[in-house]
Design a protein around this ligand. Sequence first.
Ligand code: APR
Length: 249
Amino acid sequence: MNEEGRLLSAVEAMRDAQHALALTGAGISVGSGIPAFRGSQGLWDKYDPSEYAHISAFIENPKKVWGMLKELYGIMKGARPNFAHKALAILEEHGFLKGVITQNVDGLHQRAGSKRVIEFHGNGNTLICLSCGRIFSMEEVSLEDLPPTCPCGGVLKPQLVFFGEPIPPQALDEAFREADRCDLMLVVGTSAQVYPAAQLPYKVVDRGGGILEINLEETPLTRELPTLFLKGQASRILHRLVKELLISP
Ligand code: APR
């Protein structure tokens, strides 16, 4: 099937679905200027994840890891939702999507208007003191001197999930409960290499649901599951999907 045929099949699948969900990854925010993790321009090309992304690395050397986080916060602060985020909000508003499960911590889905967002890897808006557990919002914290600390002297850690940390239990439960009910999952801009998030599409297929995958390149899902693969930038493909679903007869 050619690209146009696949796109029209995707439109059909969206029209037929009773409980469609999106699962998103870093690729959806690349159009907003936030780099993805893997690949040649990826964050893990510049920063070795074993030295910067594992909780044990953070605990061992928070100043070093905060150097990378400060750069990331600087990029996220200036970022705005792109059309791909808006498209998912529009699809939810018109009843084509029940919600978004995101691995991203940038808050761009909510800013684009998505109402139901499950943040599987936490988010960057809040910080927790590793000594006393007090929670701070990012606005109250200065990144002049790194690492930022609590008045009690403890180191502050963003409430996003580092490798080696558990998924926030509520997000985990909700995402897997949703996957149980999902008959079509739109998997957008994720390399599908990080578990347990990458398990969600397999669960959907096990229960008889379908997968629509939007990515610049194939992933393990494309190879291992019967996905309808739409190759290209998330904003371009989602623009076509929204147009066909909302405007075309
Ligand atoms: N449109 C569609 N897909 C894109 C685009 C784009 N404009 N740009 C990049 N991609 C795709 C890439 O081809 C890749 O498959 O997005 C994917 C990004 O993959 P990763 O960088 O691995 O991001 P993600 O899958 O979200 O990573 C999962 O890994 O390090 C952890 O916690 C971090 O949540 C993150 C998790």
